[in-house]
Every structure is written in C-alpha cells, then in structure tokens.
Design a protein around this ligand. Structure first.
Ligand code: ADP
Length: 314
C-alpha cells in the first residue's frame, strides 16, 4: 500500500465524467484538500457535486483524470482507498427496524472489525453523536436529526481519515442542522478531514475553512473561506468621468481605484464603506462623475444564480 502521510487528504486532477446519456457532469475538475481540513464543496443542484464525491468514494466510474485519497489512487488501489473514507449519503439507508447499536456494529462487521471491538467503538461514536441513550431503541422512533447523526456515527465506525457528506442537511430545519454541525465540528477537531457538499452558503461559512465552488462541472472558485467571503463583501463600481482624468488618482483608504480607460474609473470598496467618502475624494481632485453603475462580481453572480435556481425548484 502506498499510503503517504504527507500526501493531501484528497488530490483530484483534471477529472472528467460523461454519463452514458452524454451529460458532461465533470469537465476537468482539479482540487486539493489538506489533511485535517473542513472543506466545503458548494454548488447549485446539478453542478456535479454528487458525481465528484461518487468518483472519490468509488461508487461512480470516472471518464478521465485522477483521484488520490491520502496518496492512494482510487482506481488502482480501490479497496485501500475506500478504507480511508467514511461516506454519509443524503438519503437514510439503514434498516429502520434495527437499533442504532446494531446498525453501527453490523456495519463495522462488513469491514472485518471483531464484535467486541465494534461494540466498544459503537459506544464512542454513538456518544459523540449524542445517541448513546437511544442505542437500544428502534431507529424508526428516532427524530429526523437523530437519524442523520446516526448516519454520521455509522460512517465513523471504521475510523475513516476522510469523512465525506453529501448534502447532509438538504431540506433539514435549522435546529437539526446546528446539531449536526456540532457533531461534525467535534469529529474534525479530533483529526478527521471532512468534505461536505452543500448548497447552503451559510453552512459552508459556519463550518468550513476552505471551499471550492462548482458549477456546470467546473470549479469556478477555490480557496480559503475567509478570502472568498472577503471577495463577496466587496462592491465594485464603474464611473463614467466627464472630461480628463487627473494625472494622479485620489487615494481612498480601504478601497482600490484605477482607470480602466481615459474616461472610466473602476472602484472596489468594502460594502460597509460610505460612498460619500468616494465622492468627496473625487471632488477634491476635480473628478466629475457623469454616471455610475455597479460592476458585477463573479462570485456574487454565481450566488445570485444559485439562489434563483433554488427558488425556481422550490
Ligand atoms: P449535484 O450533486 O451537484 O446536484 P450531480 O453530480 O448529481 O450534481 O449531477 C451533475 C449532472 O450530471 C446533472 O446534469 C445530472 O443530471 C447528471 N447526472 C447525474 N447522475 C447521472 C446519471 N446517473 N446518469 C446521467 N446523468 C446524470
């Protein structure tokens, strides 16, 4: 086995997937997730999120490209790669008539864990998921939030180094979502790398350190959450200027001003900043504004589109 502790938790290069019906679900996706990260894969419905994690967890065959989990190639060393991963699918897929304890113990049995060890491990994961007092109740009687936490607990039975969750909170009310967030934060703090797909920006913002935004099978943004949120918080304007621009443009603290041509100024400023400061600076340097308009921001546009689509499908 070629497991390498210095390797990224996930390394995806030029990944492509064309389904039999011709849909190009992934069109050259590359991304890296570092060990210990809490990573969000954000994108609207149909963007390619499930396809991507399906390939990472060996449930879907890729058309081209490569995927490594902790340095293990998912195609060449499929079962070794799968042992690194715990997958929490969107739909409940446990037997509702079984008890949480049996669901966890039997799951570990598939992976060859002896029963005594599985029982000890089940106590740990069910306590982490605040389900220990329900361990012997029929799962059907659990609340929706508890059932979701049971899915997480079960995936943690095999001590995966990478926990992947496919839209774990889609259509779930905020209280239940918060309960799941606490469980996930504890799991991550204990060292497990987490990748979460979601179409809730707020969820990614509360939980994740890094994210990639996927749309139409392509990564459109990737980086630290803080950097991307700072971008989202910036407003851009274009000013059409009357006459000549001064030789030296005014400095406006906290904002960035540049000439995009002889009669147009381009300004990026924090959303909270007062535009009057900009006009005052223009006045002192003799800049006369004929008209202004907002510049569209790629990230923001994307989110507007995402919300529009969500609204359309609601
Ligand atoms: P997401 O998880 O972001 O909603 P998916 O990965 O499920 O996106 O889907 C990406 C695209 O691939 C969509 O256009 C979807 O209709 C298509 N797709 C997904 N699964 C299949 C499949 N099994 N066969 C054909 N097309 C599929």
């Amino acid at each position: 086995m070629t497991q390498n502790n210095a390797a990224p938790a996930l390394r995806v290069r030029d990944l492509r997937k064309t389904y039999d019906n011709g849909v190009q679900a992934l069109q050259g996706v590359s991304l890296d997730v570092t060990p210990g990260d809490f990573f969000a894969l954000l994108g609207p419905n149909g963007a390619g999120k499930s396809t991507l994690i399906g390939i990472v967890s060996s449930l879907v065959n890729k058309s081209a490209g490569s995927v490594e989990v902790f340095g293990i190639d998912v195609t060449r060393e499929r079962s070794a790669a799968m042992r690194q991963i715990g997958l929490v699918p969107q739909e409940f897929n446990f037997n509702m008539f079984e008890k949480p304890l049996d669901i966890c113990v039997n799951y570990a049995g598939f992976y060859g864990l002896p029963r005594a060890q599985a029982l000890a491990r089940a106590e740990v994961v069910l306590k982490e998921a605040q389900l220990w007092d329900k361990a012997d109740k029929v799962s059907r009687s659990l609340s929706g939030g508890m059932k979701r936490r049971l899915m997480i607990a079960r995936a943690m039975m095999t001590r995966p180094k990478l926990l992947i969750l496919d839209e774990p909170t889609a259509g779930v009310d905020i209280e239940i979502r918060r309960g799941m967030w606490t469980t996930l934060q504890q799991i991550n703090a204990a060292g497990t790398t987490i990748i979460l797909t979601t179409h809730y920006l707020e969820e990614a913002e509360s939980l994740c350190r890094n994210l990639a935004i996927i749309d139409h099978g392509r990564i459109v943004e990737q980086g630290p959450m803080k950097t991307l949120l700072a971008k989202l918080d910036v407003e851009g304007f274009l000013f059409d200027i009357e006459g000549e621009l001064p030789a030296v443009l005014p400095q406006i603290e906290g904002a960035s001003l540049r000439a995009s041509d002889a009669h147009t100024l381009e300004l990026d400023m924090p959303r909270a900043m007062d535009l009057n400061r900009v006009f005052a600076a223009f006045e002192t340097t003799g800049i006369r504004v004929r008209s202004m308009r907002t510049k569209s921001n790629r990230l923001e546009e994307l989110f507007v589109r995402m919300t529009a689509r969500e609204g359309a499908s609601a």
